[in-house]
Design a binder for this molecule. Structure first.
Ligand SMILES: [Zn+2]
Length: 245
């Protein structure tokens, strides 16, 4: 590891390091990992949408979306509005729209078309609207975003006061043993190390810095989805809920 000379994209400190091949930058303060790749829309084509349609048929899908619905329901009143960012083929919306007024945002046109067919929710293919919501959900999305602060700036604006944002993302804290000399090997051996797809890998600390920096209050942090979704035995998936202050 060598000093990268670049500021951290999340906490802005200058204590960032890179491996010899510069494939990623890792922050020694907040722990976030940013790969050197940028978002490529062609990675999220037809095959991507079709994979999720298959996943929707699996038994895990129901438990997962019921958990997500039960979680956000703790903070929502009747007739609350939800925007599901990165709604893919509309699986969470199918569950949530029975209880709340829901919209979805999905930039992949194939997935968005499926979401239109499979739900009664309004599906947007761009995120330019100004409608305000009581709840924004963003499941398995943040790690794919090239500029998380830019996205969160917009989401913060369209969230009502005391509205909530609920996210899931891989938890890099479980892959980083800070005392290990093979830290680079540990990161690259982790199942969520997909550097062209997962541009950011967050730790709990980096998520806290990111969301609290916007004025969010974090009200829930858990690893429930690591138990629901097979193959995440070490608490690999973090769920977080934050309230707009
Ligand atoms: Zn940092």
């Amino acid at each position: 590891m060598k000093s990268s000379g670049k500021p951290c994209p999340i906490c802005s400190c200058k204590s960032t390091v890179s491996p010899e091949d510069d494939e990623y930058l890792r922050c020694l303060e907040c722990g976030v990992i940013r790969t050197k790749y940028d978002y490529e829309a062609n990675q999220y084509g037809t095959a991507y949408a079709m994979n999720y349609l298959e996943y929707a048929k699996s038994p895990v899908n129901k438990s997962l979306n019921l958990f997500r619905l039960g979680l956000v329901a703790r903070w929502l009143k009747e007739n609350s509005t939800i925007l599901d960012v990165g709604c893919c083929v509309g699986e969470f919306l199918r569950f949530a729209e029975n209880h709340y007024e829901c919209d979805g945002f999905e930039p992949n046109p194939v997935a968005a078309r499926e979401a239109v067919k499979r739900t009664h929710s309004t599906i947007f293919e761009s995120l330019n609207g100004h409608k305000q919501y009581n709840c924004i959900t963003m499941f398995d999305v943040l790690e794919h975003i090239q500029q998380p602060k830019t996205l969160l700036t917009h989401l913060y604006e369209i969230l009502r006061p005391r509205g909530i944002i609920a996210i899931t993302t891989p938890d890099a804290s479980c892959a980083i043993d800070y005392n290990s000399v093979t830290i680079d090997g540990n990161i690259r051996a982790w199942k969520h190390w997909k550097p062209k797809e997962h541009l950011f890998l967050f730790t709990r600390r980096s998520l806290a810095i990111l969301f609290e920096g916007f004025g969010f209050e974090i009200v829930h942090v858990g690893m429930e989805e690591s138990d629901i979704r097979p193959g995440n035995p070490n608490g690999d998936i973090i769920t977080m809920v934050a309230v707009k202050g």
